[in-house]
Design a protein around this ligand. Structure first.
Ligand SMILES: Nc1ncnc2c1ncn2[C@@H]1O[C@H](COP(=O)(O)OP(=O)(O)O)[C@@H](O)[C@H]1O
Ligand SMILES: [Mg+2]
Length: 277
């Protein structure tokens, strides 16, 4: 799929985000979490945003999700810059964030029927109860929590981390978004099920046409799933390019460092493709 030719859905344009803080002596400091960051997500594309902890990945994702406002620069959705007047609910219908921690991000006191039904009703208030139920089943099937009747009345506490992350992804899909921002969605999961979640993201973009920003510190998983890769270092975007080109010919010393640190560069791309997704 050549998604680099398809239209840009979501873009950050020279975005700077600063936080006020204090240093050890109590003096006022400013942290430049993102410093002139630009990135673009095309329709149906998976872009990996790679960088070590503290490089500014979550901060740019929060700006892309309109949770925080850039100090400078613009976020554009379908070409239109976000302003104060951009309605939050309308924006959230288009851009959904999936968090790292599937244990904290789901209300453990509510069933999956409630968790998913609530989002469906907010975004489609006209649907009847029966239609909402049908849609919940459809979403559970979509993320391979099957048969859905075995899951719909369960609580998140009775699910594994991987199953919970599938529920988080189903919840994001409930609004039929154009974009999913997945912030380290596998880093809290067992190694054995990480590939299942990556394969699920890939299937979702193929079947639903959703664009996905896959955020990770792990260049091997980025390579496995992404069409293009963006590398962040100390708040700056240091390198962007088609994944295989970037990996075979890294330009920035930090990208080379990340590749060297991967356990076995010749086997960075997993050779076994699990059947289950
Ligand atoms: N709300 C905040 N207040 C102050 N500093 C923050 C805040 N959020 C993030 N930072 C700082 O911004 C930098 C980038 O953080 P973050 O975007 O979370 O990085 P990453 O997701 O790549 O690990 C870090 O130095 C972090 O301490
Ligand atoms: Mg982060």
């Amino acid at each position: 799929m050549n998604t680099a030719e398809s239209p840009v859905v979501l873009a950050a344009d020279d975005v700077t985000i600063t936080f006020d803080g204090r240093d050890e002596q109590g003096r006022r400091t400013t942290v430049r979490a993102c410093d002139g960051v630009s990135l673009a997500l095309h329709a149906g594309e998976i872009v990996a945003l790679v960088g070590e902890s503290g490089s500014g990945k979550t901060t740019i994702a929060r700006a892309l999700a309109r949770i925080l406002t850039p100090s400078d620069g613009e976020i554009r959705l379908h070409g239109a810059a976000i302003t104060k007047r951009t309605k939050r609910l309308e924006y959230a219908k288009q851009v959904q964030l999936v968090y790292q921690d599937p244990f904290a991000s789901l209300n453990s006191l509510k069933t999956l029927r409630h968790i998913l039904g609530r989002v469906i009703r907010i975004h489609h208030p006209q649907l009847s109860g029966r239609d909402v139920d049908a849609r919940i089943h459809e979403l559970l099937e979509l993320v391979a929590l099957t048969p859905s009747k075995d899951y719909i009345d369960r609580y998140p506490t009775s699910l594994s981390g991987g199953q919970r992350q599938r529920v988080s992804i189903a919840r994001a899909l409930a609004v039929e978004p154009s974009v999913i921002l997945a912030d380290e969605p596998t880093s809290m999961l067992d190694v054995s099920i990480r590939l299942d979640v990556l394969n699920l993201l890939d299937r979702i973009r193929r079947e639903q046409g959703v664009s996905i920003l896959y955020i990770t510190h792990d260049i091997a998983s980025a390579r496995y799933v992404s069409d293009r890769m963006c590398v962040m270092y100390h708040g700056r975007m240091v390198e962007t390019g088609p994944t295989e080109e970037l990996i075979s010919n890294p330009q920035h010393p930090y990208t080379r460092l990340l590749l060297d640190a991967a356990p076995d560069p010749s086997r960075v791309k997993p050779t076994r493709y699990p059947q289950s997704v």
